[in-house]
Design a protein around this ligand. Structure first.
Ligand code: KG4
Ligand code: ZN
Length: 369
């Protein structure tokens, strides 16, 4: 079964074709990073406009790359939430139009659930047998720009959230930390690069363990970084008031000799330490058979290495799986993958379907779960 997936929940316009929930036949992502960079973060109105211009060429490219015509598509899947309302609406309306014109089922997909399903996807290599799917129950750390959640996947469509962030998401923490250090946007890759030659032990940065809880908190860490950077920071120049409706981001001016690499390394280590340790402990406690990472922050090299090391220490040979980098950050292959299992459970919606910007993971997208 071939499913066309469409994703427009934030700042990536994406379309993909996936066979049987696993085999990626095409995966096209048009990023809007350049559009938002000048503002230091995603501007919702600009994101929605960007999706409008990109969506049709992106879908055409995904169909072309898959090498199949529309008669070989069996369903159209689309992200209904969580995400930016205006951005979600673009994908939803295009998906409705295609499903209507092609007389296909329209499958609503939760963006968070889709991130988990990136772990089921395989990019086929000729001559190689595909890896088996993750064994369940699995535990997954979902870390993205908007979410930090520790989830038990009991079975397809059955999730239990053990903990989540009480304030900033892990990716948001990376993005805000990068801004304080005058690094680029998005912050995660910028901090990762800046940290490469740094000494993580040089500065003491706090880790919020929150007792034995499975929740997370990163706002204290951000404040600690702000305090450490303050002595190196020159006063901000006054704004001229000619920014127009979307104010430009002015990076802080830091003195020459600011220890950016050491600060970035210490900041990254503090985030990664808490994430990896809480994940490994919960995996042992919950009797998980597989440990999974998902979401944009799962692209972080230090996190991948630390999770591997801590799980090996705490849980022996428990398998750890991480999607390839291109499937960690937002994409539509994960939407089409998750939709295969949702459609098997009979989840589909009609033309009255609406987007759901604040949809949580455990709530069904068609009201049945
Ligand atoms: O999953 P995603 O593409 O979008 C959301 O659903 O939020 O995640 C984007 C987030 C951003 O905050 C970005 O800074 C972070 O993922 N990210 C990283 C890395 N690559 C992307 N964070 C740390 N290290 C990375 N290499
Ligand atoms: Zn995402």
């Amino acid at each position: 079964m071939n499913i066309l997936g469409i994703e427009t929940s934030c700042d990536e316009t994406a379309a993909a074709v996936v066979a049987d929930g696993r085999r990626v036949r095409s995966n096209v992502v048009a990023t809007q990073i350049a559009l938002h960079r000048a503002h230091g973060g995603v501007v919702p109105e600009l994101a929605a406009r960007g999706h409008v211009t990109a969506i049709i060429p992106v879908i055409e490219a995904a169909m072309g790359e898959a090498g199949i015509g529309r008669t070989s598509i069996d369903a159209v899947a689309v992200t209904v939430g969580p995400g930016l309302a205006g951005a979600l609406l673009v994908g939803m309306n295009v998906a409705k139009a295609l499903a209507y014109a092609w007389r296909l089922p329209l499958v609503p997909v939760n963006h968070l659930e889709a991130h988990l399903y990136a772990n089921w996807l395989v990019e086929p290599e000729p001559g190689l047998a595909p890896t088996p799917p993750p064994e369940l129950p699995a535990i997954c750390l979902l870390v993205s720009g908007g979410h930090t959640e520790l989830i038990v996947i009991e079975d397809h469509g059955r999730y239990r959230t053990l903990g989540r962030t009480l304030d900033d998401a892990a990716g948001e923490a990376f993005d805000k930390g990068a801004r304080l250090l005058g690094l680029g946007y998005p912050g995660g890759p910028a901090i990762q690069d800046a940290a490469a030659g740094g000494e993580p032990e040089r500065f003491t940065l706090p880790r919020a363990w929150l007792g034995g809880s499975d929740d997370f908190s990163f706002s204290g860490l951000k404040t600690a970084l702000l305090r450490l950077v303050a002595p190196y920071r020159l006063p901000d120049p006054p704004r001229r008031g000619d920014d127009g409706p979307f104010p430009a981001h002015r990076p802080p001016v830091l003195l020459p000799g600011t220890p950016v690499a050491d600060l970035a390394a210490g900041f990254q280590a503090a985030i990664v330490d808490v994430l990896a340790t809480k994940l490994a402990r919960a995996a042992v406690r919950e009797g998980a058979k597989t440990v999974l990472l998902a979401g944009g922050v799962a692209a972080n090299r230090a996190l991948r290495e630390r999770v591997g090391a801590v799980v090996a220490r705490e849980a022996g040979d428990l398998p750890v799986r991480v999607p390839p980098l291109s499937l960690c950050t937002d994409n539509a292959a994960m939407i089409a993958g998750a939709a295969f299992y949702a459609l098997r459970r009979g989840e589909q919606v009609g033309w009255e379907a609406e987007v759901s910007p604040r949809l949580p993971l455990t709530e069904s997208v068609d009201g049945r779960r």
